[in-house]
Write a protein that binds this ligand. Structure first.
Ligand code: GLY
Ligand code: MN
Ligand code: MN
Length: 501
């Protein structure tokens, strides 16, 4: 097998042009300097999905130029790192494989997020290599994709594949090969002196491609004294700040799920099954334009709300109980993550209103803290103190406790953090510490809760068996916090009034 790409574009614009012209009559759309293959690829294109994509977009809302700038920014960050002065750099990012629930029955496919962020390519079993170009300074680099081979037998079952040509033209990388060529190409880097390899060796996202990287590059590199460095911190530091285009997608994701919540509140009634509320929020989110829910939602009636990761969602909710729903959707690759708690019969009891009011007031205070320079950890401690004082006011905690005690004891009533970064993943950019300062363009969740199990006999009986969380999605801006899920009702009178209808 020869791994030769006849369409390479690196420093060879003149080679690309004649080839594109040669194909342009039948095989490609050539418009506004964008080349789109005139056939189905392994993902939507402006040729096959005009309702989704503009001519310059790789995924809805994100242009080819933005993907290319992301790769360039990553290579610039590598150049600024303590290893930046090395002569050669090679960064390897693997795509995810398919996962199967049972024989030939796949789970819905989800691409590895870092890979998707850097190129937008959506087919399984792919890999991206970004490498410095000998004699040129970073961030100049070459981008190469490795993608599944076109295969008429497999395409009959699984649908069209892009193949190297389709991937290279549509994604706009410099070169593309089939994944069979991956081991051979990896091997080439061993010959280069003073090379730093950037690869997430401890978090392999694809078993066999990882084996290729490990055998052909990582192990021999180490024995030759080359540096191997993890990459994810650098990508996540970039991903945590959202571009204006990403913010638009996240606003829409927040708006879709907020409307879905509103419809689900209206649909609630005593005796309704949690499964039906799940179905309703899923239905409304998809109808609103989301591809799917971002995670299995929590739909927990009554005391089940005190099980933080309750996803069985299979019980009837009795009159007089509250329902806690934690649901988000993915809109063109961007997640929302919202929680609301409401009385299933549409009317808060006095005890429910007291506890709910306490969580709501702490949640609003926490949102006000979400400004540049603050940190998620600082807001967390602010939340614990606020919850502690509220619990004292309700007579649940003794008024004698000081601030240090309150901080500790509040964790018994709210065992989780105040929030996390949000973006392409629900728990986004996990390599970015919550002690980092918030910056404009970051999106976070703010989600305080109070959970009082039915068996908690140290608490007045009227509050037992109630679990409340209120979660919104917050964009940090120079004008202060912007609540992306603001259309989702959370005031007691608003919830009661929409549920009356
Ligand atoms: N829905 C997951 C979370 O709120 O973190
Ligand atoms: Mn959530
Ligand atoms: Mn969350």
């Amino acid at each position: 097998m020869q791994c030769i790409n006849t369409l390479s574009t690196v420093g060879m614009k003149s080679r690309l042009m004649p080839i594109t012209r040669a194909f342009s009559v039948t095989a490609f759309m050539w418009k506004e300097k964008v080349l789109i293959p005139k056939r189905y690829l392994g993902q939507p294109t402006p040729f096959t999905h005009q309702h989704l994509l503009k001519m310059d977009e790789i995924t809805p809302g994100i242009s080819r130029g933005q993907y290319s700038a992301r790769r360039r920014d990553l290579m610039a960050a590598i150049g600024r790192s303590i290893y930046g002065s090395a002569k050669n750099h090679v960064a390897i990012i693997l795509g995810a494989g398919k996962k199967y629930m049972t024989d030939e029955i796949p789970y819905p496919y989800r691409q590895n997020t870092d890979f998707l962020y850097l190129c937008g390519f959506q087919e399984p079993d792919s890999a991206l290599i970004l490498e410095s170009i000998p004699g040129r300074e970073l961030p100049d680099h070459k981008a190469t994709l490795f993608v599944p081979q076109r295969d008429s037998d497999r395409e009959l079952w699984d649908g069209p594949r892009s193949g190297p040509e389709g991937a290279m033209q549509f994604i706009g990388v410099d070169e593309a090969f089939t994944t069979d060529c991956f081991p051979e190409k990896l091997h080439r880097y061993l010959a280069r002196e003073n090379t730093v390899v950037w690869y997430d060796v401890f978090r392999p996202v694809h078993d066999s491609l990882h084996q290729d990287v490990s055998t052909n590059l990582i192990q021999p590199s180490r024995s030759r004294g080359h540096t191997v460095n993890i990459l994810q911190q650098t990508i996540h530091a970039q991903r945590v700040i959202k571009s204006p285009e990403e913010i638009n997608l996240m606003r829409k994701s927040g708006s879709i799920i907020s409307k879905a919540f509103k419809e689900t509140m209206k649909f609630s009634k005593p005796g309704v099954n949690e499964a039906h509320l799940y179905a309703k929020v899923d239905f409304e989110a998809r109808l609103g334009g989301a591809e799917f829910l971002a995670y299995p939602p929590v739909v927990a009636g009554g005391n089940r709300a005190n099980t933080l990761h309750y996803i069985s969602n299979n019980q009837a909710i009795d009159d007089g109980e509250m329902v806690l729903m934690d649901a988000g959707c993915e809109y063109h690759g961007y997640a929302s993550d919202v929680t609301r708690t409401w009385p299933v019969n549409g009317k808060f009891s006095e005890a429910q209103a007291e506890l709910y009011g306490a969580v709501l007031s702490v949640q609003k205070d926490c949102i006000e803290q979400c400004t540049a320079g603050s940190t998620l950890d600082q807001v967390y401690h602010f939340m614990l103190l606020g919850l502690g004082r509220s619990l004292q006011n309700l007579g649940i905690l003794p008024s004698s406790l000081n601030d240090v005690d309150l901080n500790r004891v509040s964790k018994m009533f709210c065992p989780h953090h105040v929030g996390h970064y949000l973006g392409m993943d629900t728990h986004d950019t996990v390599r970015v510490s919550r002690s980092n300062q918030l910056q404009h363009g970051m999106v976070i969740t703010i989600e305080p809760g109070i959970y009082i199990p039915a068996a908690e006999d140290s608490v007045p009986s009227k509050y037992r068996g109630i679990g409340i969380r209120i979660e919104d999605n917050i964009l940090i801006t120079d004008k202060g916090p912007e609540v992306l899920s603001q259309e989702c009702p959370k005031e007691i009178d608003v919830i009661e009034s929409i549920m009356k209808r």
